[in-house]
Each structure stands twice: as C-alpha cells, then as structure tokens.
Design a binder for this molecule. Structure first.
Ligand code: GDP
Ligand code: MG
Ligand code: ZN
Length: 262
C-alpha cells in the first residue's frame, strides 16, 4: 500500500548492461558500478595526472564487452603545450580510427563545453577515468547546480586518492542522467577469456576472421590478418602493444621485438 512513509517500486527495469568491479583480483564478490548505461565517457588528460593508453584500452575492453558506445574526453587542454597538443592529435587519430568519438575540452577555460553538454543531453552517461582528471569539474561546468566536490590534485600524494567510493547518478536539468564514478584505478579483466580480448578491439575484430587459424591469438601465428593490418598501418601499434601487454607479460616479451615500428 502506498502511503507517506513507504516508497513504492513502480517498475523494475531489467539490467541491459552493467559495469562490474571486483574488490580484489581473487575476490568472488563483484560490485556493480552502474547499470542501464547508453554511453560511457572516458575522461582523460595528457596533463597531470596523465592517462596512459593502457588504461584507456582496458576501459574500452569493458565498454565493448557490454556494447556501450564509448567516447574519449580529453580534458585540461588549457594546460597543453605544443608537444602535448601534438600528442593529442596522434591519440585522436588512433582512437577515431578505432571507432571512438573524441572531444577536447577544458572544464576551467570552457573550451567545447557546449558540445560536451550536447553529447550528454537525453542520455544516461557513465563518466569514468582516473581520479584528478576533472570528471567532477566537467560535470559542474555544465550543471553548476550539482556542486560536486572537486579536489585539489596536489593533495592526492599525501592522502591517497579517495573521495567517493561508489558511483552516483544525477539527473541533468537539460535532459538525461550522468553517473559519476569514483576514481577508478584499474578495471579488472578477469571476466574475459584470452581469445575474447581481441574481439573487444573493433579494429582487430574487423580483420580477425581473415586469419588462417580460427583460434589465432594474433601474436605469432602464420597468416595472421591482424598482424598484416598492423604492418600495413591499418591498426595502431599502441593499441596492439596494449593488447599484447594485456594478454600477458610473457607474450609481451616474446613479440615486442617483432612488431616495434622500424
Ligand atoms: N587547468 C585545469 N584544471 C582542471 C580542469 N578540470 C579539472 N581541473 C582541476 O583538476 C583537479 C581535479 O578535478 P576533479 O574534478 O576533482 O577530478 P575528478 O577526480 O576526476 O573528479 C581540480 O583541482 C580541478 O580544478 C581543466 O580543464 N583545466
Ligand atoms: Mg570527482
Ligand atoms: Zn590473427
């Protein structure tokens, strides 16, 4: 019965997708970070704390696994010098070629915030990325009413990086929802098998059915269409290197020499 004291569940929606995180590598307990997401924004920066492509690619493996379209938000561009702007161009090309939309923004200076806001409108968006890259600052910039706490990054060294420990969902006044995640240090990939990893790289997926062996790991097999695509310049080396490092350190050692750019 509905009354003033008790809330009533009107409808239970099925979880179409969700992102989980295990407490530790061996833990059997999984924590659902967010559910029913229709896009994920990976907030990164080439300024401090600089995001590695390894981190980006691990998150993308997760979003691919749950069929969540992902976009990469390069923040703090007000701090980029010429060298970093050059790196930005290179990274944009890598990720756009892999099929991911990219946008460069500055929460502080205001660059491209109207476009950023437009990308959020009407969607349920998971916002993820390292602690300190400016997730909360970006959300505040487009929805000042939320007044999310931002943290002075100089204090991270001393205190460790813990402000929030769970994801929070907020409605947007202009339509849609955002889910602000706590600073995620690392996504576990333990729920995937080794052969599934390659399938989570859209640009590798495009070629792998042409490999000579159906169980090709795209490392050392003859007639590997993925390796051929790398040699032709159709797959970015950094993505492939991250794939190798994800598979295992041993594989990485063995193949590193062969596929380095000449
Ligand atoms: N220069 C500059 N600093 C930023 C920008 N965005 C965020 N910051 C700063 O980076 C620090 C961390 O931001 P915060 O939003 O708390 O990061 P979060 O941990 O990802 O939520 C704060 O000191 C922000 O003021 C930006 O675009 N430019
Ligand atoms: Mg935050
Ligand atoms: Zn192959």
């Amino acid at each position: 019965m509905e009354n003033d004291q008790n809330g009533v569940i009107h409808e239970i929606f099925p979880r179409h997708n969700y992102i989980i995180r295990k407490a530790t590598k061996l833990s059997k307990v999984s924590h659902i970070i967010a559910a029913n997401i229709d896009q994920a924004f990976i907030v990164v920066t080439l300024a401090w704390p600089r995001t590695s492509t390894g981190f980006i690619d691990r998150i993308l493996i997760n979003t691919e696994a749950y069929h969540i379209p992902a976009k990469i938000i390069f923040n703090k561009i007000d701090l980029y010098d010429e060298g970093l702007l050059e790196s930005l161009k290179v990274l944009r090309t890598i990720y756009e070629n892999a099929g991911y939309e990219c946008i460069e923004v500055s929460a502080i200076r205001g660059d491209n915030l109207a476009e950023f806001k437009n990308m959020l409108k009407g969607h349920t968006t998971l916002i993820t990325g390292h602690s300190g890259v400016g997730k909360s600052a970006l959300i505040n910039a487009i929805e000042p009413g939320l007044k999310l706490k931002t943290q002075d990054i100089s204090s991270y060294h001393k205190k460790g990086i813990h402000t929030t420990t769970f994801a929070e969902m907020f409605p947007l006044s202009f339509g849609g929802f955002i889910i602000d995640t706590p600073g995620i240090k690392e996504f576990g990939l333990t729920q995937f098998t080794r052969t599934e990893i390659a399938e989570r790289f859209p640009e590798m997926r495009k070629y792998m059915h042409q490999c000579r062996f159906s169980n090709c790991t795209h490392i050392h097999e003859p007639g590997c269409a993925v390796v051929e695509a790398i040699e032709m310049g159709n797959i970015a080396l950094s993505r492939y290197e991250n794939y190798l490092s994800i598979l295992s350190d041993d594989y990485w050692e063995k193949t590193e020499k062969d596929y380095r750019l000449k």
